[in-house]
Write a new protein. Structure first.
Length: 181
């Protein structure tokens, strides 16, 4: 049975970026649901760990859960901060099947690794991680197909290799979870 019919992107402490429109348009095309932005909201400051210089990821989901949300609405948080989860040095994103997810952009930018900025690669990674986390919200587990967006990413090389498309098996599950008008 389908559960979700719209995606809302919520920036954490981030002004509009040059790639905002492209992200919205790409997600609308991939999931075939309306996608829109809500105004930015503050970072969950209590999630900051000064010794790690990172934010815990879970409080971002809690912040999103605290917002008003329609029953079929998926909330996708985006932050430029670096996130971690217990047992992980860092995470690219985090999701709950109850309707919210977040992606962390910091490690998707080549400049984090001392490399020159690459807009094309940066945007492709943002889209890939966004699609992956929304996939988890839709109930998809990790996929063994290394070309599928639901393949687990342990590194940026994995993210770059798999791209932002679902394999046919995952695509079928996405279609079942999305309510098309
Ligand atoms: Zn995952
Ligand atoms: Zn797959």
């Amino acid at each position: 049975m389908c559960r979700y019919d719209t995606v809302t992107i919520i920036p954490f402490d981030m002004q509009e970026q040059p790639w905002y429109e492209a992200l919205r348009d790409s997600l609308e095309e991939i999931f075939a649901v309306p996608v829109r932005y809500r105004p930015q909201i503050p970072l969950p400051q209590s999630a900051y760990d000064a010794s790690r210089k990172q934010y815990a990821g879970e409080p971002f989901l809690q912040r999103l859960f605290s917002l008003e949300r329609a029953s079929g609405e998926i909330l996708l948080g985006i932050t430029r901060e670096d996130l971690y989860a217990s047992g992980m040095n860092f995470i690219f994103g985090l999701a709950s099947p109850a309707g919210v997810c977040v992606i962390a952009l910091k490690r998707l930018d080549d400049r984090f690794y001392g490399l020159p900025e690459n807009h094309t690669r940066y945007f492709r990674r943002i889209l890939t991680e966004a699609v992956h986390e929304i996939g988890h919200v839709l109930g998809l587990p990790h996929c063994e197909n290394p070309r599928c967006v639901m393949h687990f990413s342990n590194s940026l090389a994995d993210t770059d290799a798999k791209g932002y498309r679902f394999c046919p098996v995952c695509e079928k599950r996405v279609k079942e979870a999305i309510c098309r008008r």
